[in-house]
Design a protein around this ligand. Structure first.
Ligand code: UD1
Length: 431
């Protein structure tokens, strides 16, 4: 009988703020699976069989307390096993530095799989390293799995679009959060067996954290609990809008930044706009001397995950250029205006609470009016049900086991067969 190594090793990469909530449910699902297996009585020779060891790697792309540490606390993430401490830099230098430092770690750890999430520089850097690694003379390398695969804005001026395309095309397993992702990957020639429509791990985190977010005191600390006779949204909370802006195309150009602010003037007369400011944006506001153009907009420091969730849930309207917030507002059924010309998350438009506002003063004003006058009816996108990470872990473990058996020579499957699954799970069947 074939001896299969007992512990599988899965490396999970996080680096920037939007990665943390996408990764947390995957860690929880691996732990839960391990605990279940540990509870099953096994002969002592097989103890630990089928369990997976998680190696959490933080690249250090984001490093501030507010951009990283507070998310570890809020999401109860374990301390990273490895911290690459890369920090900020130009795209090339940041990506290259992550690659250089991660390669050393991967060669040492020889993981069975490297899981990357989202579309930040850390995602593409580690996926590239893992796809080209060779642990031995036969060229064994880890499986590369991309969580949130297939999303496309079709706007190659966005650094994230390049990151998504490259990551998807070097990955073996593509875990998709909405149908458009499946369609895009198939159109780009990715094999159907590699594509797994599993749902959205960011929504797993949101659903798991909602009760804790309710207990946040951010509304009180920002003075947004209803004051006597104040404007009330109906649940004891003052009416306010929530704004986030950090995309270089919006905030690195003074003219564009100004027209977005102009588009929000009317809204700011209706209710206060709370604006947790990303470090990049904070630097531009000061560089462009935009402080005086912020009338009615209340600048606050970046918030932790639970506080931000609480603010989103109770907002009258959210205005954003973030990708993830479009999804979170859809799940929370809070009207959202996206100040961009395109979105890689079209399900938030077709099913969700999102409308595109563009970046001109006029188009933003129109979109805000539309959302105030007639907020959209929202239906929850398919598989945004809190179980995406569990589906991912099942597919991943099966793929690792299949590949181990194939490389050990006992299975008729080729190594490439391990790109698919053998458990009849949610992968796309080729007819
Ligand atoms: C990155 C991601 C973007 C994601 C965003 C969420 C890429 C290409 N972009 O953009 O997709 O939506 O994170 O925040 O990966 N800084 C700090 N402290 C930090 C991190 C950054 O002060 O902890 C400052 C630095 O001056 C840095 C700037 O913010 O130069 C921008 O950070 P960077 O990681 O380069 O890109 P983001 O704009 O955050």
């Amino acid at each position: 009988m074939l001896a299969v190594k007992k512990l599988m090793k899965i490396m999970l990469i996080v680096g920037a703020r939007p990665n943390f909530m996408k990764a947390a449910p995957i860690i929880a699902a691996i732990e839960e699976r391990n605990q279940k297996l540990a509870g099953v009585a096994q002969p002592s020779a097989c103890a630990g069989a089928g369990q997976a060891k998680l190696v959490l790697v933080h690249t250090g792309q984001h490093y501030d307390q507010a951009m990283s540490d507070s998310f570890f606390a809020d999401l109860r993430l374990p301390k990273p096993d490895v911290h690459l401490g890369v920090g900020s830099g130009s795209h090339a230098s940041q990506t290259a530095e992550i690659m250089r430092r991660f390669e050393e770690v991967l060669m040492r750890e020889q993981a069975d799989a490297v899981v990357v999430v989202g579309d930040v520089n850390s995602t593409v850097a580690c996926a590239l390293v893992a796809a080209k690694a060779a642990f031995n003379s036969e060229g064994s390398r880890p499986l590369v799995a991309h969580v949130e695969a297939g999303l496309r804005s079709f706007d190659r001026t966005m650094p994230e679009e390049t990151n998504r395309v490259v990551t998807d095309h070097v990955s073996d397993l593509l875990f998709v959060s909405e149908q458009s992702g499946v369609d895009n990957l198939l159109r780009e020639g990715i094999a159907p067996l590699q594509i797994h429509f599993v749902g959205n791990t960011m929504i797993d985190s949101l659903l798991a954290s909602q009760a804790k977010a309710e207990r946040s005191n951010v509304l009180q600390s920002l003075g947004l609990r209803k004051s006597e006779g104040g404007d009330d949204s109906g649940n004891g909370t003052a009416r306010y809008a929530l704004l986030t802006l950090h995309r270089p195309s919006n905030v690195d150009n003074r003219g564009t930044f100004m027209s977005i602010l102009e588009g929000l003037e009317e809204l700011s007369q209706l209710c206060p706009i709370i604006f947790p400011v990303h470090p990049r944006t904070r630097a531009r506001i000061s560089e462009f001397q935009l402080e005086d153009s912020m009338r009615g907009i209340r600048l606050v420091s970046p918030l932790g995950y639970l506080d931000f969730l609480c603010l989103m849930k109770n907002a009258f309207l959210v205005v954003t250029d973030s990708g993830g917030i479009q999804e979170e507002t859809t799940c929370l059924r809070v009207p959202c205006v996206t100040v961009r010309e395109n979105t890689e998350r079209p399900v938030t438009l077709t099913h969700g609470s999102n409308v595109m506002g563009g970046t001109s003063g006029d188009s933003i004003r129109q979109a805000v009016r539309k959302q105030i006058d007639a907020p959209k009816t929202v239906s929850c996108p398919e598989k945004w049900d809190g179980f995406a990470a569990a589906r991912i872990v099942e597919v991943l473990i099966t793929a690792i086991q299949t590949r181990r058996l194939a490389t050990a020579g006992s299975s008729p499957s080729s190594v490439d067969r391990a790109r698919g699954t053998t458990d009849g799970s949610e992968h796309l069947q080729v007819q």
